[in-house]
Design a protein around this ligand. Structure first.
Ligand code: ZN
Length: 313
């Protein structure tokens, strides 16, 4: 039997690479199990470099507030992946092609470390199968602030307004569309929506006058009022409003439950239904809502879960 010539499939290329590495002086004693396999150093003084994995966005960081990238393997059609959140099965963002599909899972800031799972159903047929992954612990910083009681305890009218707006926002956050911008999600890498100093305060747990508040679920970018903000990725405008806490706010839908949110805006130059390309200016930095100074609060959401925008940059 002649030895079959390797074909240019991903599996064949992997085998070829593996064979080449195995013949390279026998430096790699351990089997290569994947990109994250740790090569054995040739000697204690010359540690081998880990293989340079191509950078992909969003970067995987399996902690509360982070992102898991879970391989669903090959399939002719895009599989459906769901995650149980509360009482609801929420559809997940799935990217890739017939060679390999990947579910991009937003991990809630409130997630408990340990075992987590999604459900995968191939092409509408077959029974759903669970796919497990591990969430590592992450301790976010805590900030205690003493402020005027009036800014913590809302008046009955403000409380009623806040609750109305919260219900409306929940509807906006449940948006799931296939390809709203009329194009496939070729890359999930985002550009910075506005130049300025970027806070690393995502996940910060704030306690006002001893009362714990929701953790900070976005990135703050300091910039002066009127600075233009651009779409970090193509998307469709799904909400424009002026809200009690968030002030002037725009939500963009990037497809399959991936949304982004822009708050405290001084100007909003779009309407619901507008389609933006990456880099299109659509609103301006401001200090509206509950803020102490002008900045952009930028949120990125996957499967109705706010995740760290830094993972997309
Ligand atoms: Zn913020």
């Amino acid at each position: 039997m002649p030895v079959p010539h390797p074909t240019h499939t991903a599996a064949a290329l992997t085998l070829t690479r593996r064979a080449a590495l195995a013949s390279a002086g026998g430096l790699l004693l351990a089997p290569i199990t994947g990109l994250h396999a740790k090569p054995q150093p040739a000697s204690p003084t010359t540690p081998a470099k880990p293989p340079a994995a191509p950078t992909v966005w969003p970067q995987a960081l399996q902690v509360p507030g982070g992102v898991a990238r879970l391989s669903l393997g090959p399939a002719a059609a895009r599989p459906q992946a769901l995650v149980r959140q509360g009482e609801v099965d929420v559809p997940l963002l799935v990217v890739g092609d017939a060679i390999e599909w990947t579910a991009i899972v937003g991990i809630p800031l409130a997630a408990a470390p340990g075992d987590a799972a999604i459900t995968v159903r191939a092409d509408g047929s077959g029974s759903p199968r669970p796919l497990h992954y591990a969430v590592a612990p992450k301790r976010y910083k805590e900030q205690h602030l003493q402020v005027s009681p009036r800014t913590v305890d809302l008046s009955p009218e403000d409380q009623a307004r806040y609750e109305r707006e919260r219900d409306h926002q929940a509807q906006v956050m449940a948006t799931f569309s296939e390809q709203p911008a009329g194009q496939a999600l070729a890359s999930l890498r985002m550009r910075v929506p506005v130049p300025g100093r970027r806070s690393s305060s995502f996940g910060l747990r704030r306690v006002f006058n001893g009362q714990p508040r929701n953790p900070h679920s976005g990135m703050d970018i300091a910039a002066t009022t009127g600075t233009p903000i651009v779409a970090p990725l193509a998307g469709r405008v799904i909400d424009v409003g002026d809200y009690f806490f968030n002030g002037g706010t725009v939500w963009l839908d990037h497809g399959q439950g991936m949304l982004s949110m822009y708050c405290h805006l001084s100007r909003m130059d779009v309407r619901v239904g507008d389609v933006l390309q990456a880099g299109d200016a659509f609103c301006q930095v401001g200090a509206t809502g509950r803020v102490t100074g002008p900045h952009l609060h930028w949120g990125v959401m996957l499967n109705r879960t706010m995740v760290d925008p830094a993972l997309f940059l």
